[in-house]
Design a protein around this ligand. Structure first.
Ligand code: ATP
Ligand code: MG
Length: 206
């Protein structure tokens, strides 16, 4: 029988810069949940990251994502949040995506650190109504802690939380920005095409 419902994973992030952690999460979600596409969604103006001095511009963050995902045919760049004025909220973005794509089931991909603050996001129950949540471990969060937090959030916000099977990936944009500033190598943590762009544009260098 022909498949009518498309399954799309949303990998949202500040991507300042995008790193292999984000890419591996996207690929794991694609494979483990038999998704059709992964949309990489650079955050517009996330309310929890207001102080952005010494960071990449919106145009640069989008270009880094563009370069990072170019070689993967099921990865798609989604610039939806860049078009919005004012602060952007995941629940609103996901609800708009649902309205615009009624035949699509969405899977919102997050790391454990995001899960632990999920109840501080704006309207978590509306995020849960719009998408299933796929959770990857991070910072060596054990399965027990992770699964119990997923269960609590699922009950509180009437959501479906599913565990992604990924190794702990000890990598963060924050640390990579520091390494670049200190002149340390970030090779293999970022795609070469992103490293060369950071060098060309002199991003994060002071
Ligand atoms: P920063 O250090 O600036 O906060 P980051 O590395 O956390 O950057 P974000 O853009 O904030 O990257 O993350 C976007 C999403 O990807 C979040 O849900 C976050 O939990 C997840 N994520 C990022 N890096 C990892 C990683 N190494 N392992 C698991 N999840 C990750
Ligand atoms: Mg982060």
């Amino acid at each position: 029988m022909e498949k009518t419902i498309r399954k799309v994973g949303i990998m949202g992030g500040t991507f300042d810069p995008i790193h292999i952690g984000h890419l591996i999460l996207g690929e794991a979600a694609y494979e483990q949940f038999e998704l059709d596409e992964i949309w990489f969604l650079p955050a517009g103006k996330p309310p929890h990251k207001r102080n952005r001095s010494g960071r990449a511009s919106d145009v640069q963050r989008v270009e880094m994502v563009h370069r990072a995902i170019a070689s993967n045919p099921h990865f798609v760049l989604c610039t939806k949040e860049m078009e919005d004025q004012g602060y952007t909220y995941s629940y609103r973005t996901l609800e708009t995506m649902r309205e615009e794509n009624p035949e699509t089931e969405f899977y919102f991909i997050i790391g454990a650190d995001s899960l632990f603050y999920f109840d501080e996001w704006k309207n978590p129950e509306r995020i849960c109504a719009a998408a299933k949540i796929l959770v990857a471990t991070r910072d060596h969060a054990g399965d027990e802690k992770l699964l119990s937090c997923m269960k609590q959030n699922a009950e509180k916000f009437h959501g479906i939380f599913l565990k992604l099977d990924t190794p702990n990936l000890d990598i963060s944009s924050h640390e990579l920005r520091e390494w670049i500033r200190e002149g340390k190598s970030v090779k293999y943590y970022l795609p070469d095409s992103v490293i060369s762009y950071i060098q060309e544009q002199k991003i994060y260098q002071d």
